[in-house]
Every structure is written in structure tokens, then in C-alpha cells.
Design a protein around this ligand. Structure first.
Ligand code: B12
Length: 212
């Protein structure tokens, strides 16, 4: 079995003990970090989600899968930083929206944005409206990014934007949104400038936004 398939299977099985060794092997075999992240790790998380949705996997299985993905990323992250020549591009504030505790995707976006030279302020998970507003006042960012994995809490996004508008900060920042259920249509509906389906394209969009 290829090492890429073994990584995929390890995430689905929530087997985090050997995953760093599998990643090392996949790199030695010539697989790119991008492919390992997108084709093995993230793709496996989609299958985990599907299986959870259909009742084949339970909450503890999802947690173990998340742990396997995080363990793999701990090994990959320093390698990503070393791979690019970096000059500071701008400041990005990112947080998972109010009511939502998912952070794996957000953390990947952070890794990629840092790899592109952004200074990133991570507000963490379950960030309320005021949390974003205060951080904009404090850090004066170029981009403010919302991550959201739950349809229910994505419904709060207009409130987040309203709070930023009411504080008179909307025109100072470019907004970005992403997360599995988010679409370009969703972003357009609320006038959010950036949507991207994955962390690598998110980082590319961030770069474009600060170059404008
Ligand atoms: C792992 C996981 C968990 C873990 C989270 C661990 C953690 N630390 O994050 C745990 C077990 C805690 C969890 C809990 C729950 N979960 Co959950 N979870 C998942 C799962 C399997 C994977 C998510 C993930 O990490 N994917 C991998 C990453 C890399 O992908 P990603 O997050 O989409 O991010 C990528 C892109 O979207 C994008 N991106 C992400 N953020 C941003 C931001 C910007 C600005 C941009 C541009 C791009 C971008 O780039 C990322 C990298 O490429 C998904 C299934 C799925 N298909 O998404 C369900 C899923 C999201 N969960 C779900 C549910 C229902 C729950 C619970 C409510 C379960 C429960 N009954 O308690 C709770 C909610 C708790 C809460 N209040 O938040 C549902 C949501 C359904 C819906 N549409 O609302 C899903 C879809 C599963 C399902 N099919 O039912 N979950």
C-alpha cells in the first residue's frame, strides 16, 4: 500500500501513534507537502465527516481523527515554513466564529498564511462579535478571516459583519470566510471579499488582496 494511502487510512482510523513516521516516508518517496495535506490528511477528514454524518463513526472517532491530523501537521508545519523565502506581507486576524469549536481547518489556513509571510493573530475558537472588533482595533489588520464549520453558527456571520460595520471598521479591512459548508455564493451574499475552498488557495487570495 502506498504511504499516501496509509496516511489517509491512519486518519480515518484515528491512529495517531505512527502517523509522523508515515509522513516522513511519504516525503522520502517524493510526495509534496501540499499533496500530503490535501490528498491524504484533509481528504481523510472529509471521509470521517461523511461517516459521522451517516452514523458509521461516533464523536470519539472524530476526536481521534482530529488528533491524528494534528499530530501529522505538527511534523509538517516547520517544513512548510522552511520552504519559502519570506518577507512580511501584511497582518491577518483569524478566528472560528461564535458557537463553533472546530479549529483544524483554521490552523491549516494559519500555517499557509504564515508560509506566505503574513503576521497572523489567531483569536482561537468560539470568537464573539466583540472579540473580532477589539482585535481589529488593537492590531489594525489588512485581512479579517472567519472560519466556520457548522451551518448553524455560520448564520451568525451577518451579525459579525454588522458589529464590525457599527464600530466603523468595515472599510479598513478585507473580509475572508471559509470552512467546509461555506461557498462562493455565501461570501457574495454578505459582501465578503475573499472565499477559498482550501488553505493553499486561501493564502494565495490573501496575497492578492494585499497587493491590490
Ligand atoms: C474533526 C471534526 C470535529 C472535531 C473538531 C476538532 C477540532 N479541534 O477542530 C469535534 C469532534 C470536536 C467536532 C465536534 C462537532 N462537530 Co464536527 N466535524 C469534524 C469533521 C470530521 C472534520 C473537520 C475538519 O477538521 N476537516 C479538515 C479541515 C482541514 O478542513 P476544513 O475545516 O473544512 O478547513 C479547510 C477549508 O474549509 C478551508 N478553510 C477553513 N477555514 C477557513 C477560513 C478561511 C477564511 C478560508 C478562506 C478557508 C478556510 O481551508 C481548510 C484547509 O484546507 C467535520 C466533517 C467535514 N466534512 O468537515 C465534522 C463536522 C463539521 N461536524 C459536525 C458536527 C455536527 C459537529 C458537532 C455539532 C457534533 C455534536 N453532535 O456534538 C460538534 C460541534 C461542536 C461545536 N460547537 O463546534 C458536522 C457539521 C454539520 C453542519 N453542516 O453544520 C460535520 C460536517 C460532520 C457531519 N457530516 O455531520 N467535529
Amino acid at each position: 500500500m502506498s504511504s499516501m494511502k496509509q496516511i489517509y487510512d491512519a486518519v480515518v482510523a484515528g491512529d495517531y501513534k505512527d502517523i509522523q513516521d508515515l509522513v516522513k516516508t511519504a516525503i522520502k518517496e517524493g510526495n509534496s507537502l501540499d499533496d500530503i495535506i490535501n490528498k491524504s490528511l484533509s481528504a481523510a477528514m472529509v471521509e470521517v465527516g461523511d461517516k459521522f454524518g451517516s452514523g458509521e463513526l461516533y464523536m470519539p472517532d472524530m476526536l481521534l481523527a482530529a488528533k491524528a491530523m494534528k499530530t501529522a501537521m505538527e511534523y509538517i508545519k516547520p517544513l512548510l515554513k522552511g520552504s519559502e523565502h519570506i518577507s512580511e506581507k501584511g497582518t491577518l486576524i483569524i478566528g472560528t466564529v461564535k458557537g463553533d469549536l472546530h479549529d483544524i481547518g483554521k490552523n491549516l489556513v494559519i500555517t499557509m498564511a504564515e508560509g506566505q509571510g503574513f503576521k497572523v493573530i489567531d483569536l482561537g475558537i468560539d470568537v464573539d462579535y466583540q472579540g473580532f472588533v477589539n482585535a481589529i482595533k488593537e492590531y489594525n489588520p489588512d485581512i479579517v478571516a472567519f472560519s466556520g464549520l457548522l451551518t448553524t453558527t455560520l448564520a451568525n456571520i451577518p451579525e459579525h459583519i454588522k458589529a464590525i460595520e457599527e464600530a466603523g471598521l468595515r472599510k479598513k479591512v478585507v473580509l475572508a470566510v471559509g470552512g467546509a459548508p461555506v461557498t462562493q455564493h455565501f461570501a457574495d451574499m454578505y459582501g465578503i471579499e475573499i472565499y477559498a475552498p482550501d488553505a493553499s488557495s486561501a493564502a494565495k487570495e490573501f496575497v492578492k488582496a494585499v497587493q491590490k
